[in-house]
Design a protein around this ligand. Structure first.
Ligand code: ZN
Length: 434
């Protein structure tokens, strides 16, 4: 704890519920921000006063002409940089970075009871909130069914601390398109995603998932990948355009969106032809794909850091494949950035252990040419637009939810300071920085 955060007073009860029950205006909380990066403006502002009532921001103004409401709780962040709560748009709270040396993905699905997986997911969401991520788009439970809907309900009901969740439930792929695999063909093995073949099954799976609480539908448009004859990255396509169109049509009818895992090649082009709203990973974007993404307004969630984990030995096919994935990803990201594709921050946490810093992804984005302010906006206001939450999250502005964080130092000069968040407020409640 640094000296800057000593004077914080924690509100003791939910001001929002007090307001709802009695009709009395809730007491205000005031944050004095030394520097404010509001998530939307291209320039930071200095010496700002943020007034919060209940779970919302009431006003943001220059300290010189700000009026502090009487009886307000004052939180002094005048030596810190204040930002909106961060948004990670690609996580897996039901994965724990399963170590391949300990059996990896398969052991988790085959041996962990659902209650154990839910208990671990409870820790995952707490860790996200501790690190300043007040919203997650969690893109499938990897064999834990509709567990994400339950964790979301537990957070919303106040049983456990955690970010706002946008959940995708089971995800969809095809026969031969997801783990577990490699077992005797006589065995009926569990799968980490819902398997469909044909547009009828595809639409039905989307209906089931939407019916059971999916906020987004997640589709795997590529699965295995390997090094091709000419040293290129080849990715096995999964759903046909016809199958994907059934899912997209159904999901859009519910007013929801479709996130598509796609590395490159045939599967990536089917994803775009079928109308995916976001491309996840997009390791190997060619010029035609980038042009189509611009034309269709497709979001790109690159998840750069994840492809620097768990490389196989360099002299093995899988090790060479792992190195090639990272090698093609960097130029893909740079081309998309230059072309103006809408890039949104996502990590694949869960694939990465939750003990590692979520904000490490910012460093990769900046290393590959994104400006620090652009990288911050990819995890705040731009992600909010993708999530249909523009003006409500990802911004420090009047009427937004009071999701606010603070760091020591200037992230515009050293993006790594976002890896040590010192203060976290979600919905007007201080979670960290007491
Ligand atoms: Zn993922």
């Amino acid at each position: 704890m640094t000296k800057f955060f000593r004077s914080i007073v924690v509100p003791l009860l939910s001001l929002a519920s007090a307001f709802g029950q009695s009709g009395v205006t809730p007491a205000a909380t005031v944050i004095r921000a030394g520097t404010l990066i509001d998530g939307k403006s291209d320039q930071p502002r200095h010496d700002q006063v943020i007034v919060i009532r209940g779970n919302r921001i009431e006003s943001v103004s220059d300290a010189a002409n700000a009026k502090t409401p009487s009886g307000a709780t004052v939180i002094d962040l005048s030596q810190a940089t204040v930002l909106p709560g961060l948004i990670d748009s690609h996580t897996h709270i039901f994965l724990q970075g399963e170590d391949p040396a300990q059996g990896g993905y398969d052991v988790n699905i085959l041996t962990a009871p659902l209650a154990l997986r839910a208990a671990r997911a409870t820790v995952s969401v707490r860790r996200a909130l501790e690190q300043g991520f007040t919203t997650l788009r969690d893109v499938e439970t990897e064999g834990a069914g509709y567990g994400d809907v339950g964790i979301k309900q537990a957070i919303e009901a106040g049983y456990i601390p955690g970010p706002r969740l946008f959940v995708a439930t089971r995800a969809i792929s095809t026969t031969g398109g997801y783990m577990l695999e490699g077992y005797a063909p006589e065995l009926d093995m569990p799968k980490g995603a819902q398997i469909v073949d044909g547009p009828v099954e595809a639409r039905k799976a989307a209906r089931e998932q939407l019916d059971h609480g999916a906020d987004w539908i997640k589709v795997y448009m590529t699965h295995r990948s390997w090094v091709g004859k000419n040293g290129e990255l080849v990715s096995q396509p999964t759903l046909t355009v016809e199958e994907l169109r059934a899912i997209v049509d159904e999901t859009h009818g519910w007013g929801k969106k479709v996130a598509c895992h796609a590395y490159g090649g045939i599967g990536l082009h089917r994803a775009l032809d079928g109308g995916c709203d976001s491309i996840e990973h997009g390791l190997d974007l060619d010029a035609a794909a980038i042009a189509q993404m611009l034309k269709q307004g497709t979001w790109y969630v690159p998840t750069l850091s994840a492809y620097y984990y768990d490389w196989g030995p360099a002299d093995t096919p899988s090790g060479q494949r792992d190195r090639l994935r990272a090698a093609v990803h960097e130029p893909s990201f740079k081309k998309a950035l230059k072309a103006g594709v809408k890039i949104v921050f996502g990590t694949d946490m869960g694939g990465i252990p939750w003990t590692d810093p979520i904000a490490q992804e910012f460093s990769r984005m900046v290393e590959f040419g994104m400006s620090p302010m652009d990288a911050i906006q990819s995890a705040t206001s731009r992600a909010a637009v993708m999530l249909d939450m523009e003006g409500k999250i990802g911004v420090v502005a009047p009427s937004a939810f009071a999701d606010i964080i603070a760091v020591n130092g200037d992230p515009l000069h050293n993006i790594k300071v976002l890896e040590s968040v010192q203060f976290v407020m979600k919905d007007g409640q201080v979670f960290r920085g007491k």
